[in-house]
Design a protein around this ligand. Structure first.
Ligand SMILES: *Cc1c(COP(=O)(O)O)cnc(C)c1O
Length: 382
């Protein structure tokens, strides 16, 4: 089945009583046993719930995995994956990963005996050099946030496989519609379903997807033991959002491309980062591993010509807000917002500057969005 069909149907039919077309929400904490030792597949909602199962089956299918756990947030999904490790283990990851991932690694797990190397993941030699005897995981995020650097999934995963290192891919930015990390051999995929999968900015959620049953069993154990599973109502909202994923991704991408093209031509913009622009330096890799370019872009504003606060004050349609992947366009300042938790050194290493601005292109009319940016860029003082 094509992803457009899968997203609408897989896992959805859960009502054997009345055959409702839409998955029912089961707002129950507990399920009664038929008799001692026998229940209908669910006993307690932290461990399992039919509404959540519907979402998990759906996401697993979209990614080409065999199973998934839906979690309360994207960070909950990441926490679960990190609990696969033990004190003494080492992780190699990017120096420009999502700010919250960086914080979880550097400020939480690094204090619990797990060590991290944050490297330039576009440089295979840098990854090889960072690998130690104790390296147990390579954590990949591609495209990176917010500068849209592309990590070579095939090459990095091959390098890890040779050394029996687990590979995890954060596929939040592309969604399975544009990128399928399992096709390149990844062991686990994590999502913040808060973003494109749900797509309507009205829920937070996450997912861990696997292709190996044994690893899946460990993930399921951890989700239940840590108590980080997604609430039934939230799972229902995400499943509802996913049904339009393909069409939203096409719309996000079309708008992002128009915005990026406009920004690149503007004299008050120093640089634009978008995989869909011919100026992105990794065209060959992009075509090899992605089916599209996504809806995220970033640019460097010439702040000698337009002060930052003046620029943001003039924006009307875009919300000045963190997060991404919703139908409404968002604009933000990574340095003081989404990536502030990286600290000065982290920001410097990742290439984010005071002038970097990130956009999540929504599905509004592109002309309105471009007009909004144009007005802000053409600020004439005071
Ligand atoms: C938002 C995000 C996360 C964290 O997800 P939450 O749902 O906010 O907890 C992780 N990775 C990426 C790439 C994200 O954009």
């Amino acid at each position: 089945m094509d992803i457009k069909t899968q997203s609408v149907h897989v896992g959805v039919s859960k009502d054997s009583a009345y055959h409702s077309v839409i998955t029912p929400i089961y707002p129950t904490s507990t399920f009664s046993f038929e008799r001692l030792g026998k229940h209908k597949g669910y006993d307690y909602t932290r461990s399992g719930n039919p509404t959540r199962s519907a979402l998990e089956e759906n996401i697993a299918a979209l990614e080409g995995g065999v199973g998934a756990s839906a979690t309360a947030t994207g960070m909950a999904a990441e926490t679960v994956v990190m609990f696969l490790l033990k004190p003494g283990d080492h992780v190699v990851t990017g120096n420009d990963i999502y700010g919250g991932s960086y914080r979880l690694f550097a400020k939480v797990f690094a204090h619990r005996g797990i060590s991290f190397s944050f490297v330039n993941m576009m440089d295979l030699d840098a990854i090889k050099k960072a690998i130690r005897a104790t390296t147990k995981m390579i954590w990949i995020e591609t495209p990176s946030n917010p500068l849209l650097h592309i990590v070579d999934l095939k090459a990095v995963i091959a390098l890890a496989k040779k050394r029996k290192i687990l590979t995890v891919v954060d596929n939040t930015f592309m969604s399975p519609y544009f990128q399928r990390p399992f096709d390149f051999g990844a062991d686990l995929i994590v999502h913040s379903t808060t973003k494109y999968l749900n797509g309507h900015s009205d829920v937070v959620g996450g997912a861990v997807v696997w292709r190996d049953k044994k690893l899946g069993k460990e993930i399921r154990f951890l989700v239940n033991a840590l108590g980080v599973s997604e609430a039934p109502f939230d799972a229902w909202l995400v499943l509802r959002g996913i049904k339009t994923l393909s069409y939203r991704m096409e719309a996000h991408q079309a708008n992002a491309l128009k915005i990026a093209t406009f920004l690149e031509s503007h004299p008050r913009v120093k640089k634009v980062y978008y995989p869909g622009l011919p100026s992105h330096p990794q065209q060959t890799l992009i075509r090899r591993q992605m089916k599209g370019y996504g809806g995220m872009l970033a640019f460097e504003l010439d702040t000698r010509k337009v002060p930052l606060d003046a620029f943001f004050k003039k924006i009307r349609i875009f919300h000045l807000a963190e997060s991404l992947g919703g139908v409404e366009s968002l604009i933000e300042h990574p340095c003081t917002m989404s990536h502030a938790s990286m600290g000065e050194d982290g920001l410097k290493a990742s290439g984010i500057t005071l002038e970097t601005i990130r956009i999540s292109a929504g599905i509004e009319d592109a002309r309105d969005l471009v007009e909004d940016l144009k007005r802000a860029l053409e600020y004439q003082g005071s």
